[in-house]
Every structure is written in C-alpha cells, then in structure tokens.
Design a protein around this ligand. Structure first.
Ligand SMILES: Cc1ncc(COP(=O)(O)O)c(C=O)c1O
Length: 295
C-alpha cells in the first residue's frame, strides 16, 4: 500500500510560532531554501514519549544554522520545548521528529542577506527505516563522493549536502539495493547516504574518522555502547580494499538506528553477535532500560 503523502495528513505542524493544520502548512514557491538549498534540518526519534538525545539534536540544528550563516529564530532551550510540545500534541509515543530552519522569500538570488529565517517542527509515526532490518541490508557502491571540507560545509546537516545522497540512494534502489556506500573525496570509505558505518574485524570495531561527513549522534552512541562492552573502537581512514577483510558491518543513524549490513557490492558480512548485541543495547538505551554509558 502506498504511503500517505506527506502533504496530505491529519494533525498539526508547528511553524513560526503557531500550530497550523498539517495540510495547510505551506511556504511560497519563491522560497530561497527551495532554489538555493538554504535549509538545515534534524531527524530524531522519540521512544516511549521521549525524544532520544533531543538536546544534542537541537544544538546540532543551531550549529548547522550557524555554519550556514544564520541564527535560528528561537533559542535551543525554546526549541527543546517546541519539539516536546509538538510531540505531545501529536499523541504519538514512538515517532520521528523533523525540526528544520530555512531562508524565506524576501530576496531571490544567490544573496539572501535579509531573508526571514523560518522554523518548523513536524512529528510523524515512522517504523524501521529498512525492511527486514535484522537480516542485514544489501548495499551497493555509490558513484558520488563526500566532498572535501573546503568544497562544502560538511559538518552542517544542511539540505544541499543531500543532493548526492538522493542520487546515490535512487541509483542503489534502481538496482535492487537498500542503500549505497559513499567514498570521500580522497577515495576513503565514508558513510551510507543517511547513516554512518562500522566494521568488525578480529573483535574490534573500525569506523571512518568523521572529518568530511557528520559525526552522527547515533555513531557517538554506538561507540559508547561498544566501549561499555569492552569492544575496542578504532576511528581511522578505511580504504575500499579493506572491505573484503571485515566480518560484520552495521550502519548507524537516528532514522536507521543500528542496522546490520549483509552486503556491500561484492562483499558479504554476517549480521553477527556484535551487531546484534549493539542493536539490543541501543534499543535498551532509547527506551531507558539502561543509562547512557560514560565516554
Ligand atoms: C548523511 C548522514 N550521515 C550520518 C547520519 C547519522 O547522524 P545521526 O546519528 O546524528 O542521526 C545522518 C542522519 O542524520 C545522515 O543523514
């Protein structure tokens, strides 16, 4: 069954200080963000009525805006309240939260110095990002590479950076895969199109150093969970010719959570004991059955 379109749903979206009926929450077509990608956003999940790592997501949104050269129209503390209130108003306990800020329509051109900064928060029900998650997803290789830090503002969660992610994901799906592994501008292993990546070899986890892509909040959580299990975590440059040497692989992201990977192109991985243990730990953590391990 086709998913209900995102502009045709019940409920309310918080935008610029008020709740508007979902179907009526609109922007003008001459919105700078739509033409020049001047938009930053967050993707978060709530579990049992509480947003996991909400404050860190709000801080990252403010930081992304700062990198893009604008201020959010509210403080981080106010954003925290808006997100919690929008979640409560949705009536959902387990939900996805999308907070986003963008340049409006006063000026239309590359320069948009005087444009109003808008802010919205929408909440919807969202299950697993991947079907058959625990079987391990099938990934292929992306044709697009993560840009260098002096080519794009790679530490902002900014809409413009997702152009190559959508291209890569669409190409993967066209070929029957769930996602794609992107290399970076140096040819090193970087990440999936919306999630960070980890590999297991000889009992130790290896993950690329996040120097030209997001150091995901889930990535940082997975590192803490692994360390709490006395699993060594090595952050380093990983070259594609190492892909054949790993036993397990998983990706991490607020949407993807911790998802085992069964295949990357010609390489296969076992959704094995370490991936399974971390999937379980992550679930226990987000539902507050265990506390966040120390650094
Ligand atoms: C490109 C990309 N990398 C990594 C991540 C993982 O980030 P997080 O764990 O903070 O959701 C995301 C998701 O936000 C993403 O879109």
């Amino acid at each position: 069954m086709a998913e209900q379109p995102f502009d045709d749903r019940d409920g309310f979206i918080w935008m610029d200080g008020e709740y508007t009926p979902w179907r009526e929450t609109k922007v003008h077509v001459l919105t700078h963000a739509m033409h020049y990608a001047s938009c930053v956003f967050e993707g978060e999940r709530a579990y049992g009525g509480q947003i996991f790592e909400s404050l860190r997501h709000s801080q990252r949104l403010a930081n992304s805006a700062d990198i893009m050269g604008f201020d959010l129209p509210v403080s981080v503390a106010e954003l925290e309240d808006i997100k919690a209130e929008t979640l409560a108003k949705s009536g959902l306990e387990n939900a996805y939260i999308r907070a986003f800020a963008w340049r409006g329509s006063e000026m239309m051109g590359v320069s948009a110095q005087n444009n109003t900064i808008h802010l919205a928060v929408a909440v919807w029900a969202w299950g697993d990002y991947f079907a058959d998650k625990m079987k391990g997803i099938r990934m292929t290789h992306a044709e697009w590479r993560r840009p260098a830090p002096d080519t794009a503002p790679c530490h902002a969660k900014a809409a413009g950076l997702y152009m190559i992610c959508t291209l890569s994901k669409h190409a993967a799906e066209r070929d029957g895969y769930a996602d794609a592994l992107m290399l970076d501008y140096r040819g090193q292993v970087a990440e999936a199109t919306g999630a960070n990546i980890f590999f297991l070899r000889d009992g130790a986890l290896h993950t690329p150093t996040p120097d030209c892509f997001l150091n995901g909040i889930t990535r940082q959580t997975a590192i803490k969970l692994a360390k709490a299990r006395q699993i060594e975590v090595i952050e380093r440059a990983i070259m594609p010719d190492e892909l054949s040497t790993f036993d397990e692989c998983f990706i991490t992201g607020s949407a993807a959570e911790i998802t085992p990977v069964a295949e990357i192109g010609e390489f296969t991985y076992k959704p094995g004991a370490v991936s399974e243990a971390l999937v379980e730990d992550y679930s226990d953590l987000v539902y507050r059955k265990i506390a966040m391990p120390a650094e």
